[in-house]
Design a protein around this ligand. Structure first.
Ligand SMILES: Cc1cc2nc3c(=O)[nH]c(=O)nc-3n(C[C@H](O)[C@H](O)[C@H](O)COP(=O)(O)O)c2cc1C
Length: 172
């Protein structure tokens, strides 16, 4: 018999502890972009993953507070740009609310017309397929339309709140 979740008091998890512990899960970094009538838009997104091969799906989780997500959602189609290791500056620039995130950024239209940033490791053109409740985030599932990679480039890694793998002092 499984417990009814309504009967179990929610454990109190300190958000700072959750952030600190889950920061040990190293990931790549993406910038999700779209073209709108007002120009290109985008936001830095670490919560990206491959989801399904048939149909071809990817997923990512925009915060409910993200102004850019509501505009990407309205565009319905976007490009997931997987950043290269020397692109931490782009990661920071696309994480700043209320700025011209594309100022000084080189890009070209992807096959489906979304901004593909120069020098990325991989790009995935996709179309919004479904959305699910993810607490203070939305789980966005997108159908892959086209994609490509440059195997000569290495990916940018985010680990324990910083770029690159954070090594700890030797315990031995
Ligand atoms: C390395 C890194 C990873 C991030 N990952 C996410 C993410 O997965 N989901 C998210 O909503 N915001 C993420 N952010 C924060 C957003 O990029 C940021 O809140 C957003 O760009 C704010 O702009 P907006 O108000 O235009 O949406 C990340 C930021 C950084 C620096």
């Amino acid at each position: 018999m499984t417990a009814d979740p309504a009967d179990v008091p929610a454990p109190v998890v300190d958000p700072r502890l959750m952030r600190e512990v889950l920061g040990h899960f190293a990931s790549g970094v993406t910038v999700v972009t779209a073209m709108t009538t007002d120009g290109p838009i985008g936001f830095t997104c670490q919560s990206f993953s491959s989801l399904s091969l048939d149909p071809p799906l990817v997923a990512f989780a925009p915060a409910r507070t993200s102004g850019t997500w509501s505009r990407l959602r309205a565009a319905g189609q976007f490009c997931v740009n997987v950043l290269a290791e020397e692109q931490s500056g782009l990661s920071q620039a696309f994480a700043r609310s209320g700025t011209d995130k594309f100022a000084g950024v080189s890009w070209a239209p992807s096959p489906h017309g979304s901004p593909m940033l120069d020098g990325v490791v991989a790009w995935i053109d996709s179309q919004l397929w479904a959305e699910y409740d993810g607490g203070d985030h939305t789980i966005a599932v997108a159908r892959v339309l086209d994609l490509g990679a440059d195997p000569r480039r290495s990916p940018l890694v985010f680990h324990r709140g910083s770029y690159g793998i954070q090594t700890s002092p030797d315990l031995s």
